[in-house]
Write a protein that binds this ligand. Structure first.
Ligand SMILES: C[S@@+](CC[C@H](N)C(=O)[O-])C[C@H]1O[C@@H](n2cnc3c(N)ncnc32)[C@H](O)[C@@H]1O
Length: 223
């Protein structure tokens, strides 16, 4: 069931893209290139994108190779825009309007599960075990997290004031806390880097695979 109180439902796509793409923020461009990196490194046949917004970076999906894409977002308006943008290039995208905390993600279905700037708005301890279960044995999870910064507001100041309502919802995790939570869900870090934007904000880009123990069918440690 959708949480209709979620502030993401009140942010127009034009405000979101204007804010994230503005020169002072520059996050749309960063997320676009990190999604491309994750796709290039994994060449998935099946892909899930959590919090896909308006389809940032979907132009990098090789639809001749990636046979299945499940793109999930809580905001139906964002998905409508994404669908229109990609309807001529891709027929194999399932645009699913759902809260990722309550929707089913399946069992051993995906080669790549990509979640960029989504863990800030959900409970990682709820999502990570679902992701681990939805990944194939050799699957990869790629994530982008905004790291906590002492002197910077979590939502940068731009003329797009509707974004301010996200601040009370955002919880920024440090990399070790996230990696520990992922480990408890049966996922081990495979690669990671920290990227600092001109704004001073830092982002953690990492990939995870299933631990050997989890591959053998062990259940995640419950949170
Ligand atoms: C910062 S944006 C993600 C950026 C995008 N992944 C990219 O790479 O450009 C966060 C997205 O997550 C979605 N979202 C937030 N909470 C959600 C939830 N509980 N379930 C599904 N989508 C959610 C929002 O609607 C928004 O589109």
């Amino acid at each position: 069931m959708l949480n209709t109180d979620n502030p993401w439902l009140n942010i127009p796509a034009s405000d979101y893209e204007g804010h994230m793409g503005s020169p002072d923020v520059g996050q749309l461009q960063l997320l676009n290139s990190l999604f491309k990196t994750a796709l290039d490194e994994t060449a998935p046949e099946s892909l899930a994108v959590l919090g896909c917004t308006t389809g940032n970076g979907f132009e990098h999906i090789d639809f001749s190779h990636t046979a299945r894409v499940c793109a999930i977002d809580i905001n139906a308006g964002y998905l409508d825009i994404a669908r229109k943008r990609f309807e001529s290039s891709a027929k194999n995208i399932e645009w699913r309007c759902a809260d990722i905390q309550s929707t089913a993600m399946g069992i051993s279905e995906f080669d790549l599960v990509h979640g960029a700037l989504i863990f800030e708005y959900v409970k990682p301890e709820v999502i990570l075990p679902k992701i681990a279960t939805a990944m194939k044995e050799t699957g990869v999870m790629s994530v982008v997290l905004q790291l906590p910064g002492d002197d910077l507001p979590p939502v940068s100041k731009t003329p797009y004031t509707s974004l301010k309502q996200l601040a009370p919802l955002m919880i920024l995790l440090d990399r070790q806390t996230f990696t520990d939570l992922a480990f408890r869900s049966g996922l081990v870090e495979r690669s990671s880097e920290i990227i600092r934007l001109q704004s001073g904000k830092e982002f953690f880009f990492a990939t995870y695979t299933k631990s050997r123990r989890h591959r053998r069918g062990a259940r995640p440690i419950s949170a």
